[in-house]
Structures are given as structure tokens and as C-alpha cells.
Design a protein around this ligand. Sequence first.
Ligand code: NAP
Length: 275
Amino acid sequence: MKTIYAVYGDPVGHSLSPVMHNAAYAKLGMDCEYHKFRVIQSNLGDAIMGAKAMGFGGLNLTIPLKETALDFIDPDPLCEAIGAVNTIEFRHDTVIGHNTDGIGAMNALTLEGCVIPNSHILILGAGGAARAVAFQLAKHKAYVTIANRTVERAITLARNVSRVGKACACGLEDITRQVAESDILINTTSVGMYPDINNTLVTADMMHKGQVVFDLVYSPLETMFLQEGNKANAITIDGIRMLTLQGAESFRIWTGITPPVDVMEQAVRDVLNKQ
Ligand code: NAP
């Protein structure tokens, strides 16, 4: 019988998860289907237990459900530290929560040849995505600096991340020196995301050749942050790579199979290129 997987969110219409997972099932000849469902926060507990009762293979969660889900699942240690769930695994009598965003970001960097231990990484932003990325990279022995518009949020995040590794915080007004001294720059803010496409927190004159410039934003595909990175002869990575790799990690958790990441990524790029 077909195994069903799904992403829950509100809104969820924009989600590209069905495209990438269904492309992987087709390539591997798996009898599975991935769907998206609009689930409001107050129904999340019922929706998770309903999926379990109906034998779903697993779930992804997107905005605004990632934090609320902690009330209904047993988080793994990384998910608990991050305080947000994006992947739910059904195991006999337990429902386990994972967060694969940080792993997706780290794998996007290592695929580009980055060595994470001892690298100096500047994370712009201190929201949900920043939390996942900061914990993952600090845990793997990077020196992480978190710069945020609301500096108090950066300080709180750095303090929490310091439990697993090296992290410090600053405001956005202090980033010129931090940018210059970083091996890797990661934009986890929504600055530059459609329709705010003519904006970036860092410009080419602040970046340098060979630096890695990674944007989590993938709408548009080439953000102004990445355009500035190209002008500075930096190595640029767009948000689709992370999107695909966090999805690939969910796939692996649910099935134990390493999926064809290139097929998943191409399926997503094909859809975005048509938009
Ligand atoms: P979030 O929790 O709402 O955090 C937003 C962050 O952006 C905060 O740090 C906020 O700073 C900052 N920010 C917003 N507007 C700003 C501005 N005008 N100037 C400076 N900073 C600003 O959002 P999120 O869930 O972390 O998502 C952030 C972005 O990452 C989104 O574009 C999302 O699509 C993308 N994302 C991509 C992937 C992927 O797989 N590629 C995965 C997750 C997220 P304050 O704290 O000062 O408000």
C-alpha cells in the first residue's frame, strides 16, 4: 500500500516540499506520495495524531507550527536545543521531533568544500532559521558570531548556543569588521526576499575574494546579497541547496535511504524557473 508523507503549515500553498520528495520517490521507484495540508495551530495536535493513526510515513512542519509542535512530540536533543520542529518521525508508540534545517545548511556548506571546524562564521539574523544554523555549526566547532537588528535576540541566542560551542553576538551596526574577519557569511534574515529584492545587509566592498557567501533566502534565487558576493569574487551558495538538503535529511530519517539530492534540487529549480 502507498505510504503518505506530508507537510503541514498555514499558509502552505507555496511549499516546494511535495515537488522535491515526489521527484525522489519517482526516481527510486518508491510507492509513496507527499502532500501539503493547511493545518491551523489549534488543530496541530489532532493533525499529528491523525497522521500517525492513518499510518503516514512522516511529516514536515512549516510556519507557524514549528514551535507549537513541541507540545505534541518528543524532541531529539538538537531539536530541543533549537526549540523548533521541522520533521516528525512516527516510531511505534512514540512521535519524535527533529530539526533538519541546521544539517541542511551545514551540508550545503560542506558540499561547497567548506571545512566547518575552526572556521569563523558570521550569521546575520537571530530568528528561527538562525537558531537551527547557529546550533549546528557551533556544535561542529565553528566560531559563530550572530549579528541581529534586535541585538538582545542575538545576545540570547549566542548565550544559548554557547552551551554547545563557541558563539558571540553583536548588532548590525558593528558588522564591518566581523564581515572582513569571517570565512563564511550566512544571511538568515528575510532581507532581500521578494518583494524586498533590492536590499542587502552586506555589500561587495565589505566582502573579500574566496569568502563564502550563503543566503537562506531563495525567492529570488539570486538575491542582492549573492550578487554582491559575486562582485567580490566570493563563493556563493543559494537557499535552494539548503532547502533540498534539509528535505533530504527528513527523507533519510523517515526511510533510512539517502535520496537522490540532485534530482530533488533540479525538480525545485525547474518549478522556480517557471515562476
Ligand atoms: P524569522 O524567525 O521571522 O526571523 C527573521 C530574522 O530576520 C530576524 O533575525 C529579524 O531581525 C531579521 N530581519 C527581518 N527584517 C529585517 C530588516 N529589515 N533588517 C534587518 N533584519 C531583519 O524568520 P526565519 O524563519 O528565521 O526565516 C528567515 C529567512 O530564511 C526567510 O527568508 C526564510 O524563507 C528563509 N529560510 C530558508 C530556508 C531554506 O531551506 N533555504 C529554511 C528556513 C528559512 P529582528 O530579530 O530584529 O526582527
